[in-house]
Write a protein that binds this ligand. Structure first.
Ligand code: FEO
Length: 385
């Protein structure tokens, strides 16, 4: 787990957590990563979640081998990384806290103090020599909060990337990396694509051999793969060919229509990801819509609106800046179908660069009338290249 002989991993693995950030299922837990750089001066990179502060301090103490840290570098103030700052300062009162001006303002909010006597405010491009290692701080606002900095160790060519390149799950499980990283990225940082693009531009000027995020594994090989995915995700470019179908069904008729569309698409060679929004992992279903270029939304009409799970799904897409996709609708309504209109209006008002399929499938209760033909028409339209 150590990054180099003189860069020790002192993070913790949270396997007790049920919901990360109060909403994301993390069946394989999550790590809060932290590192100690041992040099003439010693820097500790970030703290961890409050539930693990004492365990983290034990890890830090073991890595220090009796020495005292000179710096605590705070890249991000979200409590999963900053909760241990005050406790660290109790244990190591002479250590200097290094962070952006915005981070120190947040510290006052979280801890009632901003460590005025032992702090170093850094701005974009500031450097901090430790001895052999030299650290350069790069501002990364809104990746994922406004105060964020990332840190480049020019000696070892390591980018400490804060939340960027993070992943749910353990730190020692590198592959498959994409699914849980996509779910993490789209869920947590997805809204801030422009800011991630800005950070990627800054990173492109650096010679990076290792990426050390605050969650999940450090990345050491084939970095172009990870950077390429981040470029696609943050530019809202579909990752690969395919269609996401997300449905909300009450008595199974909308589900049957969604499954029929899936079958028709697969028959035509299309890759399909099918989600029952009442039962699936909502974050995965949202991330899937960003993964593929086409999205089919199928909902029953409910109180003149869409079914609540579809409403949550639509809100999740809009909130994360969903765009550059083709969307088709399936609506179900026994007497006054409204779902397609509601879904389209929501996306038209909240999203940019969405094209809508000409074919809308309407079912009035069950799959009678021209439903089967309409489903075939829709499958043809979505697979026409
Ligand atoms: Fe892992 Fe935005 O904190």
């Amino acid at each position: 787990m150590n990054i180099r002989n003189d860069i020790k991993y002192v993070g913790v693995y949270d396997e007790r957590i049920d919901l990360f950030e109060g909403q994301y299922n993390v069946p394989d837990g999550i790590t809060y990563n932290s590192y100690v750089i041992l040099d003439e001066k010693i820097a500790v990179m970030d703290t961890v979640d409050a539930a693990y502060t004492e365990e983290w301090l034990e890890n830090v103490s073991a890595a220090l081998c009796g020495r005292s840290p000179d710096y605590l570098i705070v890249q991000h103030m979200e409590p999963d990384h900053s909760a241990g700052i005050a406790r660290f300062k109790e244990q190591y009162p002479d250590a200097t806290v290094v962070a952006s001006a915005k981070a120190f303002a947040m510290m006052k909010g979280f801890f009632g103090k901003d460590f005025e006597d032992t702090r170093l405010v850094v701005s974009d491009g500031a450097t901090l020599p430790l001895g052999q290692h030299e650290l350069t701080f790069i501002t990364a606002p809104m990746v994922h909060w406004p105060e964020v900095i990332v840190t480049y160790d020019s000696t070892e060519k390591i980018l400490f990337s804060a939340d960027g390149f993070g992943r749910f799950g353990r730190a020692d499980e590198k592959e498959p990396w994409a699914d849980e990283s996509r779910r993490y990225y789209i869920g947590i940082v997805g809204k801030y694509g422009a800011q991630v693009q800005a950070l990627l531009k800054k990173a492109a000027a650096l010679d990076i051999r290792t990426i050390c995020p605050l969650h999940g594994p450090s990345l050491t090989e084939n970095l172009g793969y990870y950077l390429g995915l981040y470029d696609k995700w943050s530019s809202y470019t579909p990752e690969e060919e395919g269609t996401t179908i997300a449905y909300s069904s009450v008595y199974g008729n909308t589900r049957a229509a969604a499954e029929m569309i899936a079958k028709e698409l697969v028959t035509r060679g299309e890759r399909v990801a099918l989600y029952d929004l009442a039962r699936c992992d909502m974050a995965e279903a949202i991330a899937s819509a960003f993964r593929f270029p086409r999205l089919v939304l199928a909902s029953v009409t409910y109180n003149g609106d869409v079914f609540p799970h579809m409403s949550t799904y639509l809100h999740g897409l809009v909130e994360r800046g969903f765009k550059n996709r083709t969307v088709a609708f399936v609506e179900n309504g026994s007497w006054a179908p409204m779902a397609a209109k509601v879904m389209r209006t929501t996306l038209e008002s909240g999203c940019k660069c969405i094209s809508f399929a000409e074919t809308t499938v309407r079912i009035n209760g069950g799959p009678g009338g021209d439903t089967v033909q309409k489903i075939s028409d829709l499958a043809n339209e979505l697979t026409k290249r």
